[in-house]
Design a protein around this ligand. Sequence first.
Ligand code: NAI
Length: 298
Amino acid sequence: MTISFKDRVAIVTGAGGGLGRAYALDLAARGAKVVVNDLGGSRDGTGTSDAAAQVVEEIKAAGGEAMANGGSVTEYEQMVEMVAKTKEAWGGVHVLINNAGILRDKSFAKMEPADFDLVVKVHLLGSANCTKAVWETMREQNYGRILMTASSTGLYGNFGQANYGAAKLGLAGLTKTLYLEGAKNNIKVNTLAPVAGTRMTEDIFPPEAFAQFKPENVVPAAVYLVSEDAPTNMIIGAGAGAFHAAYVTMTQGAALPEGERTAEGVARIFDKITDRTGETVPQSGSEQAMTIMRLLQG
Ligand code: NAI
């Protein structure tokens, strides 16, 4: 089965290079009309360039349709304007890949509040801005596919990336509520945790790994997750042609009887609380209260 994006309109943020560029090229090759958004800054978020226009040229040279947008995801009004222009040109927006990102790595002890603020602003609030800007259109169309970009740092942690990790797990949280709110309008929302050799990781990967982890090897997961038959509420990891899923799970837990609900009581049953036998993957927050009720009844 071929996955086609014919008659679909896609916006990819931060698509002037790295992973976003690779997503944009593949979507366009599959027939999508693509908005290549990128302000073209450096890795730490400073400066601007015509990176988006260059990717548009590449897409056009390959016979695809694309337009450049130099707006910053941190500016909600610019994202609203981008969506308005997209609809004016192409009539709708079916796919949004929230991919724009920057780094301000430092140990938390050395991290300035401004570094924390900007990283959360670009990744988390930037993705919320773009998603909000397309949300009503997707509801009206009864069709939407949205991908958030998380990271292993957000899911599992990484020394020196407290700001980035907080923003990235926030995006998985955003997915988990938006998938519920979008379901009745056929809006599917997923999270991708990529691993790729780009300028963001060029000083982390050794040269051999850099080639193996090329962005094109993440593209299949991103493109599937915004396709017509995409799942929803998934967290998928992808790198070098390997793929896996990550889950937020809940153990069966244990209850303390009245009169024993003390810190000492929790210490006593802590092994039981954290025992992973019978662990579940809740599909909404209310399942925590339901599990508690079941425990108390049982
Ligand atoms: P990259 O630095 O090549 O791409 C990020 C792009 O976002 C750049 O082109 C940049 O100009 C753009 N951008 C930054 N701030 C923006 C803003 N305010 N508005 C619009 N565009 C903006 O890095 P890469 O690796 O391609 O990263 C893409 C996404 O994947 C990021 O969200 C990153 O955090 C995430 N990621 C990447 C990993 C990797 O191994 N490369 C690992 C985990 C997550």
